[in-house]
Design a protein around this ligand. Structure first.
Ligand SMILES: [Zn+2]
Length: 257
């Protein structure tokens, strides 16, 4: 992962803004991994993508993350403060390493299912799904590459054309295997409400969080550029080439610090 200059960060922000969240994440991956095409990056598993975004978040803004959620029991606002390391999957917990686009196999309940891990293209495809059920159905259709019914009497087995007709226990087992193989793609953390002591698990989406952070950073930087350009007549490129410390020093001299 390469480091980006302030000017490169601002260019990527400009490119990423107003894109759907999944595309926005790809713009950032492409910025830090220029050796890969967007098409290749879109096929990285969701866990690989999120692991990169966590690293980028940590490099640019430090390891502390803050947020607000609502207690599902008493509807109280709960402030969150946690660390990037709380969300990182320990290497020992990482399941079998599946190469990009690699096919996994699950044999259960008389079926043999071949499937791959969800990637950004899959997230993009389900973004407009009406509800969680149609989202799940679409994901299955996309990620299951083949299903054979191998009931004991059937011998060689026969192909099953509709993967959404599989028994629910089998679908759950597939989902479980996906999480085992790509644990960073399903980040959950334990929460407890300081008011009613209710405890629950919440998911964390680094793509949305990072998008919010970089947007605030860019708005702040543009205000700095605006103030310095207006006061001194300097070009944007020259102001961007300065260190943050030097920009702040000039702003203090102007009484804007
Ligand atoms: Zn509560």
């Amino acid at each position: 992962m390469r480091d980006l200059s302030t000017a490169e960060l601002l260019t990527a922000w400009d490119r990423a803004r107003d894109q759907p969240p999944t595309q926005e994440a790809l713009v950032w991956l492409a910025a830090v991994y220029p050796e890969h095409s967007i098409e290749q990056l879109a096929q990285w598993s969701v866990g690989q993508r999120d692991s990169c975004l966590l690293t980028l978040q940590e490099r640019l803004f430090g390891s502390q993350l803050n947020g607000v959620t609502i207690c599902p029991q008493c509807r109280q606002r709960v402030e969150l403060a946690f660390n990037v390391s709380d969300l990182r999957v320990e290497p020992t917990k990482v399941g079998p390493i599946v190469p990009v686009g690699g096919v996994m196999t699950l044999t259960a309940e008389g079926y043999r299912v071949h499937f791959r891990l969800p990637n950004t293209l899959d997230l993009e495809a389900i973004e407009t799904s009406a509800d969680i059920n149609s989202m799940r159905e679409q994901l299955l259709r996309r990620c299951i590459t083949s299903v054979m019914w191998e009931g004991v009497e059937k011998g060689d087995g026969e192909p099953v054309s509709n993967p959404t007709q599989l028994p629910m226990t089998l679908v759950d087992a597939i989902a479980e295997r996906m999480v085992e193989a790509d644990p960073q793609g399903d980040t959950r953390f334990a929460l407890s409400c300081p008011d009613c002591n209710h405890e629950w698990f919440s998911t964390f989406d680094i793509a949305t969080y990072f998008a919010g952070e970089i947007h605030n950073w860019a708005k702040y930087l543009l205000r700095e550029i605006h103030s310095l350009a207006r006061a001194y007549g300097w070009r944007e490129a020259d102001i961007l080439a300065m260190t943050p410390r030097r920009r702040r020093a000039y702003l203090e001299l102007l009484g804007n610090g």
